[in-house]
Write a protein that binds this ligand. Structure first.
Ligand code: SF4
Ligand code: SF4
Length: 296
């Protein structure tokens, strides 16, 4: 028998590893003050809009009266403008053969984005494969995929979640009402709710430093102050991009497994890697079009 190679792990296996780690949608929605059934149904139909089996018009027709009833004046009916496609399309390539599973990206992301206890924008899923003595440890880093067609944005009743022209999906915390419909719509488990927990007891001064959500300086963390009570997620460190820096996870990756750049530039490293026969995207069949590309 030959030595087990990480390349033998198929796309189906990677998707399975992700699915096993997804949060329980029913439990997530149980904590929402809004209609759970409406959230689940919209999440299901948002995926149909994305795969083309339901038109956007029919989606709006089906849900607009329920949304008005449930969310009143918070409901925003207009569809956000489509991307023009001009400028960069930020993307990340992660080489799964180079990832050593050290979790440095998870730690640097937490430090950079000041996420509270129980919340990580970037996790690394791990499993062991093969049979002794031919075994390997498999690691799957999972940030937000910054989907080209994000179901999270499709279901958001307040349009707090939307896509920027550079491909990044952001949340306007001032508009987010914490309904969590986006959390059950996301097929990648990339969103978390900020319950207002703090590390202040373990780390004096934790609340003093700002959480740089989507380029907005929120100032020190206080009870009842945003982003507490809203949904949060990875934004490819949008605040760092605005300063011309790479996302924290890319800069600190021990295995040099992460690449970041503009997919619209055919000469960029990410464009070249995305064309590799090793390249794939998670749950490609859904049609969400992730901007995170993996190399198997
Ligand atoms: S971003 Fe906020 S308002 Fe929009 S779906 Fe998510 S929780 Fe609801
Ligand atoms: S991975 Fe989830 S949260 Fe991120 S853009 Fe896609 S659907 Fe939205």
């Amino acid at each position: 028998m030959g030595i087990f190679s990480k390349g033998e792990f198929t796309e189906k296996d990677w998707n399975h590893l992700l699915d096993r780690a997804l949060p329980d949608a029913k439990q997530e929605m149980a904590k929402s003050p809004y209609d759970s059934e409406l959230g689940f149904n919209m999440a299901k139909d948002a995926r149909r809009v994305i795969n083309g089996s339901l038109s956007l018009e029919d989606f709006h027709k089906k849900y607009s009266s329920s949304l008005v009833k449930e969310f009143g004046k918070e409901y925003v009916s207009e569809t956000p403008p489509r991307r023009t496609g001009k400028g960069p399309q930020w993307a990340m390539v992660i080489d799964l053969r180079k990832c050593v599973g050290c979790d440095t990206c998870t730690v640097s992301c937490k430090a950079e984005n000041r996420t509270p206890p129980g919340m990580s924008y970037n996790i690394v899923l791990e499993t062991e494969v093969g049979q002794y003595p031919n075994v390997a440890r498999i690691n799957l880093p999972r940030p937000c995929m910054q989907c080209e067609k994000p179901p999270c944005a499709q279901v958001c009743p307040t349009r707090a979640t939307y896509k920027l022209d550079n491909g990044i999906v952001v949340i306007d915390n001032d508009r987010c009402i914490g309904c969590r419909y986006c959390m059950v719509a996301c097929p990648y488990g990339a969103r978390s709710f900020d319950f207002g927990k703090s590390y202040e007891d373990e780390m004096i001064g934790f609340n003093d430093v700002t959480s740089p959500e989507y380029g907005v300086d929120r100032g020190e963390r206080k009870k009842g102050k945003l982003p507490e009570g809203t949904v949060r997620k990875c934004s490819f460190c949008y605040h760092r991009l605005q300063r011309g820096e790479e996302p924290a996870c890319v800069e600190t990756c021990i295995g040099d497994a992460r690449y970041f750049g503009d997919l619209n530039d055919p000469n960029s490293k990410v464009s070249k890697l995305a064309a590799s026969p090793r390249a794939f995207r998670l749950k490609e069949d859904l049609g969400t079009g992730p901007s995170v590309i993996y190399l198997k």
